[in-house]
Design a binder for this molecule. Structure first.
Ligand SMILES: Cc1cc2nc3c(=O)[nH]c(=O)nc-3n(C[C@H](O)[C@H](O)[C@H](O)COP(=O)(O)O)c2cc1C
Length: 422
């Protein structure tokens, strides 16, 4: 195991949710990577795991009480808030997120979170309906706006026999996200939550909206039309924009890759849901439409599973989906100053991309060849061509999608500095 967090001191706040048991594994994983972990348990967390278990795994005492006299004399809540390199909240309950977003400090965990200037990573975990509630989504937007990084939640089966987003990210994913957050912060030249509001970076103070992944268009409750997009390129752009100091909202179709750290992620399935989420996330300084949105959807999504009963094969009639890029780029009011489109083509890549640029009225088009032999769709590398409105063409060598993301973000920053204000 690499000592990738060697010398790092992590303050781990454990909230009161079912996933608290996974926080114990997180302590173990962080220590395996070389970090020292100081646990704080909320009162509710102690209903699920004991301070003794957390302390035994951390190899140091666990803190629980704001008004603990011995604790206050020994270290004190303000020093707790300072004596670390990062704060991780796992699981972050809906209630704790609300306290953080509202600036409330009724207990040790929330007081420390309010008093700290360290970078904060939260791993939300809750019932899918609690997660999707507008109040939680509002709090999430406030927190990411304040510079808090977020990992997960993941999709999957939940404790209450429900399914959907709300499961806490796995301990390994949280440790990875912590590493990414600490690296990004040190590259930006400033550690700290408050410093994070005035981050340096080519997109500091800018808001960026990115779409990513495929769409799923239902045929019936078990079948859907989709495409091979993995979301890797869109997610890499979102991660690079966050690392460049932007506030990033990522509207993602169904993907199996982790959320980028420091980005607010809105999950959708269909093209129509994606358009609605994009509209809700605007205004933005830059909008990047990297998702592979299905051009068509079944005219009718059946309420029950279509049966194979020996009669005729059922016909599949398709209707056109809304064109998200053209809708936003063609706007006169509220159009982001920089609108970037993607063209995934299998034939006549540049010719088709030029036509798309003119038709959709975006400012920059990123074209790539997604024919099967190239392995771009679903793969980790990409060869892109950049087409500007002025007809300029730039072709980059084959690069990892992360590197393409970083280079694109640098190009966006350059173009935005020249774009007329919205
Ligand atoms: C069995 C049980 C499981 C719970 N699981 C969660 C959960 O996964 N996520 C969540 O946000 N709240 C959950 N709650 C509710 C929280 O425990 C409650 O909101 C509490 O105030 C959170 O306190 P804390 O944020 O200080 O940890 C659960 C409650 C119970 C009784």
């Amino acid at each position: 195991m690499s000592q990738s967090l060697s010398g790092r001191r992590v303050l781990l706040i454990i909230g009161g949710g079912i996933a608290a048991y996974k926080a114990l594994d997180l302590i173990r994983r962080l220590r395996e990577r070389g970090a020292a972990v100081r646990p704080i348990l909320t009162k509710a967390a102690q209903e699920f795991v004991t301070p003794l278990a957390a302390a035994a795994l951390a190899g140091q005492r666990a803190h629980t009480d704001l008004f603990d006299r011995a604790d206050e004399a020994e270290i004190g809540h303000i020093r707790l808030a300072r004596d670390a390199d990062a704060v991780v909240v796992a699981p972050a309950t809906a209630d704790l997120m609300a306290r953080m977003a509202g600036g409330h400090a009724p207990d040790l965990a929330s007081t420390v979170l309010l008093a700290t200037t360290l970078p904060i990573l939260i791993a939300p975990a809750m019932n899918v309906r609690m997660w999707q509630h507008p109040a939680t989504q509002r709090n999430l937007a406030t927190l990411t706006g304040d510079g808090v990084s977020v990992v997960g939640p993941n999709d999957g089966a939940m404790a209450e026999a429900e399914h959907g987003p709300g499961r806490m990210a796995e301990p390994g994913e949280i440790a990875d996200a912590l590493e990414t957050m600490l690296t990004a912060r040190s590259e930006r030249g400033g550690l700290g939550f408050l410093a994070g509001r005035a981050v340096k970076g080519s997109l500091a103070g800018k808001t960026v909206l990115v779409t990513s992944g495929p769409t799923h268009e239902p045929i019936d409750p078990v079948r859907y039309l989709a495409n091979r997009s993995s979301g890797r390129q869109g997610h890499a752009i979102a991660a690079a924009a966050a690392a460049a100091g932007a506030r990033v909202t990522l509207v993602s179709g169904p993907v199996s890759i982790p959320d980028p750290a420091g980005v607010a992620v809105i999950r959708v399935e269909t093209a129509r849901e994606m358009l609605a989420a994009v509209e809700a996330a605007l205004p933005a300084d830059i909008a990047v439409f990297a998702a592979a949105v299905g051009d068509w959807r079944p005219a009718e999504a059946r309420g029950g599973k279509i049966k194979k009963d020996g009669s005729a094969v059922p016909p599949l009639t398709l209707v056109e989906n809304p064109d998200i890029l053209a809708t936003i780029a063609g706007r006169t009011e509220g159009r982001p100053p920089l609108v970037v489109g993607f063209a995934a083509e299998t034939d006549d890549v540049l010719d088709n991309a030029r036509k798309k640029l003119a038709k959709k009225r975006c400012d920059l088009l990123v074209a790539n060849d997604v024919s099967h032999e190239g392995g771009v769709m679903g793969g980790v590398e990409n060869t892109v061509h950049l087409l500007g409105r002025d007809g300029a063409l730039d072709t980059w060598p084959r690069l990892g999608k992360d590197e393409v993301g970083k280079r694109l973000v640098a190009r966006f920053a350059e173009l935005l500095s020249k774009a007329p204000p919205a």
